[in-house]
Design a protein around this ligand. Structure first.
Ligand code: GTP
Ligand code: MG
Length: 341
């Protein structure tokens, strides 16, 4: 080992990944991910609601706005949260800047997550850490019945749009196909997608595998991805077309492509997953998405998966319309009870 490499190995310049829940929904998602297991990833939660923080055992928990909000949450008051965040700025940046990639998760519509998401993206852009904002778009019924919530969502999207760069958007509305599950199980589906994403990215750079990607390439790719959606699916290795079609149909955001997308693809396969199987998945993806502007991929073999392949992908370059339409489109069906005699 040469001296430079030995020095790097004994003193890693930065920690790898952190997942940070902002506000109630973000914290719940991080808590689910911790329960699913995220070895090597630091978990943090930041909230104005002390009771909620105390109820979620996460490694690092930070209460902001004690002076302004007294640990009671913000009741949708973005301005009060921004005021609190500016007091806590130095502390928050100091805690987060040590990571290479910082996933910031928030449900839009409340005060805390909606205010902190663009605030922390902007603050971390001044450091070497790469912020990856993940916004949960509320159910349409929430937007239609609560104008303040809607305004908070739009204000947050405006700010994120002005900041440009990567924004991973997932829509609660797309979870409706699980509507007969208890509510916490429905949100858990979204947490599982996010868990697949984070563990796939960690695998890509941290665990030597058949095809891995270096950290600099991963960060550069994510930086250039713009508005993005998350895909995840699994199927038999002999059905690559089904794997890809299902991933697109079950994407957590309805999207239309306005040009060639970017794609980050990770495949977890079993002992039967061959180079040929890999090629067939990439071929199917190109068939559905067109020729990506940029594509990076990683794979990992888990003998216990046997014949089942899991695809996890971030498709980027969607343009802001995909998110705006999700917020503005359609109305919820009329109250079914209203038609009763
Ligand atoms: N996973 C999850 N999502 C939720 C929950 N409650 C609300 N959401 C979604 O997340 C959005 C934001 O709500 P919260 O996360 O509670 O808001 P907050 O960021 O804590 O903001 P304030 O409570 O207003 O300070 C809502 O519009 C819902 O779509 C929850 O308990 N769990
Ligand atoms: Mg809250």
């Amino acid at each position: 080992m040469d001296d430079g490499l030995a020095a790097w190995a004994s003193f890693r310049p930065k920690d790898g990944f952190a997942v940070v829940g902002l506000g109630g929904a973000g914290t719940d998602a991080v808590h689910d991910m911790v329960e699913l297991g995220i070895p090597g990833v630091r978990a943090l939660a930041i909230n104005t609601d002390a009771k909620h923080l105390l109820s979620r055992p996460i490694e690092e928990r930070i209460l902001v706005g004690q002076r302004q909000l007294r640990g009671r949450g913000s009741a949708g008051d973005r301005a009060a949260v921004l005021d609190a965040a500016s007091d806590a700025r130095e502390e928050l940046v100091r805690r987060l800047r040590r990571y290479e990639i910082v996933f910031l998760l928030a449900g839009l519509g409340g005060g805390t997550g909606s205010a902190l998401l663009p605030y922390l993206v902007r603050a971390l852009r001044e450091t070497d850490a790469l912020p990856v904002p993940i916004a949960f778009l509320p159910f349409r019924v929430e937007l239609e019945t609560n104008p303040e919530r809607r305004e908070n969502v739009l204000a947050t999207l405006d700010e994120l749009e002005q900041l440009g760069g990567l924004l991973l958007a997932v829509s609660n509305e797309k979870l409706r196909r699980f509507e007969s599950l208890p509510l916490h199980r429905v949100f858990h589906v979204r947490s599982t997608y996010l868990h697949n994403l984070v563990t796939s990215l960690v695998d890509m750079v941290e665990n030597p595998s058949q095809m891995n990607v270096d950290l600099a390439s991963l960060k550069e790719h994510l930086r250039g991805s713009g508005v993005s959606t998350l895909l995840s699916s699994q199927s038999h290795f002999a059905e690559p077309e089904r794997l890809v079609r299902q991933a697109i149909e079950e994407s957590l955001l309805d999207f239309s492509l306005e040009g060639p997308p970017t794609a980050l693809v990770h495949l977890d396969g079993g002992s039967n997953f061959t180079l040929k199987s890999f090629d067939r998945v990439i071929h199917a993806l190109r068939g559905h998405l067109g020729e990506p502007r940029k594509l990076i991929f990683g794979t990992r073999l888990h003998p216990e998966r046997r014949d089942i392949v899991r695809l996890t992908a971030v498709v980027g370059g969607l343009g802001p319309r995909s998110v705006r339409e999700e917020i503005t489109r359609g109305r919820v069906p009329n109250d079914p009870l209203a038609d009763l005699p």
